[in-house]
Design a binder for this molecule. Structure first.
Ligand code: ADP
Ligand code: ASP
Ligand code: MG
Length: 420
């Protein structure tokens, strides 16, 4: 018996006609000896609508307010997880309508166990025996993405874009041959095809590169889904849900590095506008100050990314710049304000109109001059770099957000990624 997991994102199940096409795509994958599980997202726009309702009910306005996370997140999960439940029922009906036995499985029925970190829960176990037996008996299992259940039977969700993670986790638990992620693009591209029309579909991409691409902003796959696929060696294919069965749809295979013969120096360019820059001017310059600052930020659950430290004009003082997600910036500033007495900071500034642009490639490990090409291409467009971060297979720069698209296009061209 083999098993295949298929996942369809929000746009792919956006209306009843699209759901009917999804049913045809699923039907085409059915064959004797193969069990099918289909993971679905909420219909496009639905999760945003539900998030809006939850916030409004908690009294949140565009100017703030609402409830603290500890009083909000558990019920937020109850509300936003319903979008996926609707789609499971709709797809099960669409499958039955074309003669395919199917049933929905809500996460508490499987169960799909997560920790209790509401709104960003992590899966720790999927009890697959009943589910797998039903699939093996020829009934297509339709499972809601994004949601889980805690040991004390509260509903959780896995963070925005979490249906990808649900699908990969189900594939790992079921020991599926592959996890096919159907979406509104026909694969993983060298960069977001919405902003660079000359972007090219990649035939294959390594787990490592996909992990960097996702965590640096390419939302085609949720980062956690790639981590799970990498850890459990689940082959993942990203392909279009807008193609009728039988038409060519090769997509992109996310696979181990060893399966990629020609390793590109740069395989892709990613960007993220969800960045804020926090600058601390005139911080005392002695051992333990950085530890004090970043310890306080970690305790406040702030995701610090880039860090740059430089000498200040005054003797014995330094300036520290760090970046974090935009929505965490105000809290970051408050956290620093609270330890002001210990670190002696003169001024705290927040800038929200910044973006991070990154180039990613496994070939970078063995190639010199990659950074130089990046800096030269940006300089040629007059784009100023405010911070730099590197790893073995990526280089990221922080720039003025107004130049995001210009920078992405310039880098795409500079590394020879443009389609002919
Ligand atoms: P789904 O609803 O199917 O989960 P998402 O909207 O989450 O789909 O992800 C698909 C989108 O990701 C595409 O429409 C595309 O704009 C965006 N994207 C960003 N970077 C890339 C990339 N490198 N390759 C493909 N798509 C990308
Ligand atoms: N519906 C959820 C979201 O919009 C999960 C997903 O689509 O992956 O974030
Ligand atoms: Mg998605």
């Amino acid at each position: 018996m083999s098993r295949l997991v298929m996942k369809f994102g929000g746009t792919s199940v956006g209306d009843v006609e699209r759901i009917a096409r999804v049913a045809r795509i699923v039907a085409a994958e059915r064959k004797p000896g193969r069990g099918l599980a289909v993971v679905v997202s909420a219909m496009s726009g639905e999760t945003d609508r539900l998030v809006g309702l939850a916030r409004a009910s908690a009294g949140e306005t565009p100017n703030g307010g609402g409830l603290p996370a500890k009083d909000f997140n558990d019920e937020y999960d109850v509300i936003v997880s319903t979008g996926e439940q609707v789609t499971t029922g709709l797809l099960a009906l669409a499958l039955r309508r074309i003669g395919i036995p199917a049933r929905s499985w809500q996460n508490w029925q499987i169960p799909f166990r997560t920790d209790d970190a509401h709104s960003k829960a992590r899966i720790f176990e999927i009890e697959e025996s009943e589910l797998g037996a039903s699939m093996d008996a020829g009934v297509v299992a339709v499972i809601p993405g994004f949601q889980g259940v805690t040991d004390d039977r509260r509903i959780t969700t896995l963070g925005r874009g979490g249906s990808d993670t649900s699908a990969v986790a189900v594939a790992a638990a079921l020991k599926a041959e592959r996890c096919d992620i159907y979406t509104d693009v026909d694969g993983v591209y060298t960069t977001d095809p919405r902003i660079v029309p000359k972007a090219q579909r990649l035939e294959k991409i390594s787990y490592e590169e996909m992990l960097e691409m996702a965590s640096l902003g390419a939302k085609v796959l949720q980062t956690r889904s790639v981590e799970l696929a990498f850890a459990h060696r689940v082959p993942v294919r990203v392909l279009s849900s807008f193609v009728e069965p039988g038409e060519p749809n090769p997509g992109t295979l996310v696979c181990p590095e060893e399966e990629i013969v020609e390793k590109q120096v740069v395989s892709g360019v990613a960007y993220s506008r969800d960045e804020a820059k926090v600058t601390l001017l005139g911080v005392e310059d002695h051992p333990g100050v950085a530890a004090e600052i970043f310890d306080a930020l970690a305790n406040a659950n702030i995701n610090v990314d880039m860090i740059v430290q430089s000498e200040a004009r005054q003797e014995g003082r330094q300036n520290i710049l760090f970046t974090c997600p935009e929505r965490e910036a105000a809290r970051a500033a408050e956290t620093i304000e609270a330890i002001k007495g210990k670190i002696g900071v003169d001024e705290i500034h927040i800038r929200r109109d910044v973006a991070k642009v990154s180039v990613i490639g496994i070939g970078m490990r063995s190639q010199v001059g990659v950074a130089k090409t990046m800096f030269a291409a940006l300089a040629q467009k007059g784009i100023n770099i405010e911070a730099i971060a590197t790893s073995e297979i990526k280089i990221s720069v922080l720039i003025d957000a107004a130049y995001t698209e210009l920078a992405v296009r310039a880098l795409h061209t500079a590394y020879g990624l443009d389609a002919a």
